[in-house]
Ligand binder design. Structure first.
Ligand code: FAD
Ligand code: SF4
Length: 429
């Protein structure tokens, strides 16, 4: 994981803050982490207070500090103040959380969240990703007895089984999870809640409310179809294996040219991971232009600097295989941008006769994730009120990617917190 600010650097960065009266940076944070307040406290050398502000507002403050696309959130608002360059808010935030671990400072011990307290209600959370974790933490801080049911062996969701370790290490995540466990949240891992009526069954078992934050774990396949397997793998499986069984992937990518299809952050993560697995060359194939790629600019630049080859304006049309069915390449056709599509972007259209084959010994499909067919939501996004996470079923709330579609960690945290507030209101009735 990339090295972050040390204490001196964090202080120096906080010193640059203009201390705006209305703290636009705080308004730019979906999870209300309140950078205006924690930067002000850090400037006044109140480090403990600054850590408390981060962790009280955002239990995943460390992970958000490391992963948030700050250039389009808090730091965008900071840039709009006219400051010469925006304060590196994410880096300061991550420093504060890492510093709390370094000095053994427990933001919730001996403070107003001290346990045990009278139990105000019993709530189940399905899914231990950022949305579920934020919801669980918020409820536990406010005196609820919370049980988190997680299908996989460990909590963390995409933070554990998606984002590669060179961006968020297992050790970092473990410490952030310890902060949640310290609040008294119970985790039941390897206990997926099955069936479309799984949440209702938990209500019948005595939970007074249920929050669903199960994310998106089924891959979207390219329109030309073609079989997964035989050296073609979906990003979701590729990244999950990288966290658990990297040796298998070394065999898949090692010494070969590897193609990655997609232009988002997940595609860039896969490309950088393939490089670390010993791929000879990694090609990122995207049908639109470099500037239109949904991946953050910083991620694209990091990937370029690492030696990833970008192949924008190329549309995959199929796989080339040898007689034994092994992948030998990805069939492509060049594209050019023409009139605008429904998203307002110039749309790619194929250039006739420009078909070619990119040599590839392995291909990672990273064009998106969707809800799993056999999940609680039966392959569909769940519809929930954006301000409260309330669904059409009494006592059942939902948030994060399973409601929004592919989004961000900080938005999942925001949803988890909002649903927790609505659940507490319901329990108080
Ligand atoms: C590779 C990758 C990189 C990303 N990088 C970034 C980034 O840099 N910055 C950023 O802000 N966002 C990033 N994102 C997006 C971000 O990770 C997601 O928006 C966020 O994790 C969504 O949180 P969630 O809690 O809704 O779902 P998830 O993180 O998907 O968690 C859902 C959890 O529910 C569990 N679950 C599923 N079904 C069941 C069931 N039936 N019973 C019990 N448990 C179940 C899953 O195992 C999982 O643990 C990335 C996403 C990916 C895939
Ligand atoms: S949580 Fe993310 S968006 Fe919010 S202030 Fe922190 S770094 Fe910025």
């Amino acid at each position: 994981m990339e090295k972050n600010f040390d204490c001196g650097q964090a202080m120096a960065e906080a010193e640059r803050c203009l201390l705006c009266h209305d703290a636009p940076c705080s308004k730019g944070c979906p999870a209300l982490t309140n950078p205006g307040e924690f930067i002000r406290k850090l400037r006044l050398r109140n480090v403990a207070g600054a850590i408390r502000t981060v962790k009280e507002n955002n239990i995943l403050g460390g992970a958000c500090g490391a992963l948030c696309p700050t250039a389009r959130l808090c730091e965008k608002e900071c840039a709009a103040t006219g400051i010469d360059r925006p304060i590196r808010i994410g880096k300061i935030q991550r420093f504060l959380v890492e510093h709390s671990w370094k000095i053994g400072f427990k933001p919730f011990a001996g403070g107003r969240f001290e346990l045990p307290r009278p139990v105000k209600g019993k709530v189940a959370v399905i899914g231990a990703g950022p949305a579920g974790l934020a919801c669980a933490a918020e409820l536990a801080k406010n005196g609820c007895q919370v049980t988190v049911f997680e299908e996989r062996a460990e909590p963390g969701g995409v933070l554990r089984y998606g984002v590669p370790g060179f961006r968020l290490s297992a050790e970092f995540l473990k410490k952030e999870l310890e902060d949640i466990k310290a609040l008294g949240v119970t985790f039941r891992c390897s206990q997926g809640i099955k069936g479309p009526d799984g949440a209702e069954k938990l209500l019948k078992k005595g939970f007074q409310a249920v929050f669903i934050g199960i994310g998106l774990w089924a891959p979207v396949r390219p329109p030309f179809g073609g079989k997964e397997g035989a050296n073609v793998i979906a990003s979701v499986r590729f990244l999950e294996l990288y966290r658990g069984k990297p040796a298998q992937l070394r065999k898949l990518c090692g010494g070969k040219p590897v193609a990655v299809i997609g232009g988002g952050s997940v595609a860039v993560d896969c490309a950088r991971t393939a490089l670390r697995l010993g791929a000879e060359d990694v090609y990122l194939v995207y049908r639109r232009s470099f500037a239109q790629m949904p991946a953050e600019e910083l991620e694209r630049i990091e990937a370029l600097n690492e030696g990833i080859h970008f192949l924008p304006l190329n549309q995959p049309t199929g796989y080339a295989r040898d007689a034994r069915g092994n992948l030998t390449g990805v069939k492509l056709v060049r594209t050019r941008l023409s009139g605008k599509d429904s998203s307002g972007r110039r749309k790619p259209s194929d250039v006739k006769g420009s078909d070619w084959v990119l040599d590839a010994g392995a291909c990672i499909e990273a064009i998106g994730n969707k809800p799993e067919e056999r999940s609680l939501s039966l392959g569909r996004l769940i519809s929930a009120d954006p301000g409260t996470g309330r669904t059409s079923k009494a006592g059942i709330f939902a948030g994060g990617d399973i409601v929004r579609g592919p989004a961000t960690v900080v938005q999942a945290v925001a949803d988890g917190k909002a649903a927790a507030r609505a659940i507490m209101k319901q329990l108080a009735k």
